[in-house]
Design a protein around this ligand. Structure first.
Ligand code: ZN
Length: 144
């Protein structure tokens, strides 16, 4: 992608080097820019900035994207596991206990990985809200 204000300037020149794989950074819950600093704090909260490179994470907005993936994937896994445990002859209480542990534990770890991956992909593809610019490249949103 080329900067419209300065076509000679590449993304690397503007400090947006994307050498870290968004999937590697995401699944390890690391900073999408440097791959070193931790992205999440207190379980599922996104930090304000990277503790290693100082990248401001205010651009990160995953919405409900991670939850949708986790609900669909973990729901399918839990349903199949429930049928398998029923076929194995376990008692209903044991099946419910196993599924509660799988669903709660799986949700926590999958939400962390999916949320961090969505943030890393958002950074990698420079995804953000659309902005209106005039022909000179000045933002029109400020004038509205
Ligand atoms: Zn960083």
């Amino acid at each position: 992608m080329v900067d419209p204000k300065d076509p000679q300037k590449s993304e690397t020149d503007r400090g947006m080097l994307r050498s870290v794989s968004p999937y590697k950074a995401g699944f390890s819950c690391r900073c999408p820019k440097c791959g070193e600093g931790r992205l999440l704090v207190n379980g599922l909260e996104i930090r304000e900035a990277c503790e290693h490179c100082g990248l401001d994470f205010s651009f990160a907005d995953t919405g409900d994207g991670a939850q949708v993936f986790v609900i669909l994937i973990l729901g399918a896994i839990s349903a199949v596991l429930g049928f398998m445990l029923t076929g194995a002859g376990l008692s209903t209480a044991a099946i419910i206990g196993i599924l509660i542990v799988v669903i709660i534990g799986g949700s926590f770890f999958m939400l962390r990985a999916f949320k961090a991956t969505l943030v890393a992909l958002q950074y990698h593809h420079d995804a953000h809200e659309g902005r209106m610019e005039d022909e000179a490249g000045d933002e029109l949103n400020k004038k509205l």
